[in-house]
Write a protein that binds this ligand. Structure first.
Ligand SMILES: C[S@@+](CC[C@H](N)C(=O)[O-])C[C@H]1O[C@@H](n2cnc3c(N)ncnc32)[C@H](O)[C@@H]1O
Length: 187
């Protein structure tokens, strides 16, 4: 009955994102979330997907082409800390997804880091629409992962409750650093 954090994240996206919306995948990686988002926004919607690795951009492009959904996705081979340069309009985006950590099956030494992650999360709250959802899957088993986990938890816990609902969803009795989901809804 209890959904995994990733499945819960996808369930929240399905409820939040509607046809014609603009959304952001801040860490395209293997393109799974980008593909889901591209389906949810429909032909009149737009996905902006960031990744700093050419490999991730290429894998994501292939997935989108195979599904015939590449037209509605703007692939940015760029760091998500540049969100405001690419997407300057405040309150214009209905959902933003982050998957922290390294690219599965890729180079494990290339990971998200606290400085750029926090800058991007801050910018994300600015571009997020009211009732929009910022979803952060926190993978923290790698070197540096604990530091990023605590930085992100500090950031999310300090958000004023008049403006944001903040949920921490994860299993607390699992071994091997299980990932968890932070879901931040703008009120
Ligand atoms: C956990 S993976 C993403 C998994 C992806 N959501 C999927 O469905 O496969 C994290 C990704 O973040 C990327 N990344 C690391 N730092 C970044 C940054 N500053 N801006 C954008 N992407 C970054 C990595 O290259 C890696 O591909």
């Amino acid at each position: 009955l209890l959904q995994s954090p990733l499945a819960f994240s996808h369930a929240l996206l399905k409820q939040t994102v509607h046809a014609g919306d603009s959304v952001i995948d801040a860490t395209a990686g293997n393109g799974n979330d980008t593909l889901l988002l591209a389906n949810l926004v429909g032909k009149d919607g737009r996905v902006i997907a960031f990744d700093i690795q050419e490999e991730a951009i290429a894998i994501t492009r292939e997935k989108l082409l195979a599904a015939g959904l590449n037209d509605r996705v703007d692939l940015q081979h760029n760091g998500h800390e540049h969100i405001l340069e690419i997407c300057p309009d405040s309150e214009s985006i209905s959902a933003i997804v982050f998957n922290l950590g390294y690219l599965p099956k890729g180079d494990k030494s290339i990971v998200t880091i606290p400085e750029t992650t926090l800058k991007a999360l801050d910018a994300s709250l600015n571009v997020l629409k009211k009732k929009g959802m910022l979803l952060v899957m926190v993978y923290h088993g790698h070197p540096g992962g604990k530091k990023e986990k605590s930085a992100v938890l500090d950031f999310a816990s300090a958000l004023p409750q008049e403006y944001f609902n903040v949920l921490n969803y994860g299993f607390i009795n699992q071994k091997n650093d299980p990932p968890f989901l932070l879901a931040i809804e703008k009120r």
